[in-house]
Design a protein around this ligand. Structure first.
Ligand SMILES: [Zn+2]
Length: 249
């Protein structure tokens, strides 16, 4: 593969195919509608899932990427259920960052229920920094401006929200592309937490709860070590329900 491709604005990283859709699919679809380019990097093939096979998940992932409007989707094979974060794994992620030169990397929250998500978060964060070291051979150095984090199982105090009301159906359509993983009454494979209807209901409920905080129907939450800069604080709070916001937390 070529050492560099056309640069993307955003690289969204997940441990397993479908993590990115669940955590920030609405935001990615909204970025695409704004003319922003993004790619998806799945660090594993999802081979430890109870249902489906890596082959099935690869074709589901390709279909979901198309629904969201991704420029590319790439999968690594770092081991589902024991995700590797050794130097070789790091170099593989660095290679992708250098090849696509994203301005922003979106990774899973650093704290989560699934250890692969925790490892993916750290791997994406550290590889994004190391990719900028000129002394490190293998492609032109590139460091994204920032790494921000999307919610998975657990939630944290968000740094900011993205209104995804107009793109929530697109997000759910992308999630439904992973038909081997989620609610499918016709499946004969074993039931898991993920395959219950309540799992997708909870995804919707959380997006609604986040949306309520900013007075829109659906939102996705992000954590950022450095707060984003607002050009217009007045516009940023437009539509909020008037209220008393103190004391500061
Ligand atoms: Zn996952």
């Amino acid at each position: 593969m070529k050492k560099t491709e056309a640069a993307v604005d955003v690289l969204a990283v997940g441990a397993h195919p479908d993590d990115v859709e669940l955590g920030c699919g609405g935001t990615l679809a909204s970025l695409a509608a704004r003319g922003r380019s993004f790619g998806i990097l799945d660090l594993t093939r999802g081979e430890s899932g109870t249902r489906g096979t890596p082959q099935i998940r690869a074709s589901e992932a390709a279909a979901a990427a198309k629904v969201l409007g991704a420029r590319f989707r790439q999968g690594l094979d770092l081991g589902d259920g024991g995700l590797r974060t050794d130097r070789d794994a790091e170099l593989q992620v660095i290679e992708v960052v250098r090849r696509f030169r994203p301005r922003i990397v979106i990774a899973p929250f650093p704290a989560d229920r699934h250890p692969d998500h925790v490892r993916a978060s750290r791997l994406a964060t550290e590889a994004s920094f190391y990719a900028g070291l000129r002394a490190l051979k293998g492609g032109a150095a590139h460091r994204p401006q920032s790494v921000i984090y999307y919610a998975s199982s657990y939630t944290q105090q968000p740094s900011f929200f993205v209104d995804v009301t107009d793109f929530f159906e697109t997000k759910m359509k992308a999630i439904r592309c992973f038909s081997s993983q989620f609610y499918d009454p016709s499946s004969t494979e074993p039931e898991t937490v993920l395959t219950q209807k309540t799992f997708l209901d909870a995804i919707e409920a959380r997006a609604r709860a986040y949306g309520k905080l900013i007075n829109v129907t659906y939102a996705e939450a992000f954590v950022s070590p450095r707060p984003p800069t607002l050009a217009d604080p007045v516009a940023a709070f437009a539509g909020y329900e008037p209220g008393f916001d103190g004391p500061l937390r």
